[in-house]
Design a protein around this ligand. Structure first.
Ligand SMILES: CC(C)(COP(=O)(O)OP(=O)(O)OC[C@H]1O[C@@H](n2cnc3c(N)ncnc32)[C@H](O)[C@@H]1OP(=O)(O)O)[C@@H](O)C(=O)NCCC(=O)NCCS
Length: 139
């Protein structure tokens, strides 16, 4: 993990990784969000290569991140953790009271490590189980 940079990126730059990691079997356009143009988008570059992306939206002091993905060949190397820590620090500085996500149930163990708590709001979409997870922030 020598050369790591986290930068804000244009929304359309997230689309390739979103598609290839999260929904490779769906049409490319399915990973685009109505709200993308209103969001903030962060990319982690490892040795100059875009490796992990996440998108951030908010209503007042309640922040939501969506479409968090690390390229498959780079998963489990700590990049996602670096990016999520960056995001948490970013929203804290912005005055967030809460950060939440609609997590894939398969990823809840990852979010637990950062203090996110599962709610009872569960759903199923594209055959994938989701649960809303929240991180309360003390601002
Ligand atoms: C979930 C995801 C973004 C995590 O990114 P990553 O770069 O692989 O995560 P890291 O390597 O930084 O993992 C940090 C820690 O979380 C653990 N972890 C990663 N993914 C996990 C998962 N799905 N379940 C439980 N633990 C997980 C790692 O083992 C590591 O543990 P350690 O600190 O004990 O070594 C990535 O695996 C991914 O893109 N998955 C497919 C798409 C997806 O599910 N996105 C989330 C949608 S809600």
């Amino acid at each position: 993990m020598s050369d790591i940079q986290i930068e804000q990126i244009r929304h359309d730059i997230t689309w390739r990784i979103r598609h290839e990691v999260m929904y490779p079997d769906l049409p490319f356009d399915s990973i685009k969000l109505e709200e993308d143009k209103n969001g903030m988008h962060f990319g982690l570059f490892a040795n100059g290569q875009l490796t992990s992306v996440v998108s951030l939206f908010h209503e007042g002091t309640v922040y939501q991140f969506r479409k968090f993905a690390t390229i498959v060949s780079a998963q489990g190397k700590g990049y996602g953790a670096l990016l999520l820590n960056h995001l948490i620090n970013y929203v804290k500085t912005a005055g967030a009271e809460k950060l939440w996500c609609n997590a894939r149930v398969s990823a809840t163990g990852f979010y637990n490590k950062f203090g996110f708590i599962e709610t009872d709001q569960r759903s199923l979409s594209n055959d994938i189980d989701f649960v809303i997870m929240e991180l309360q922030l003390n601002n």
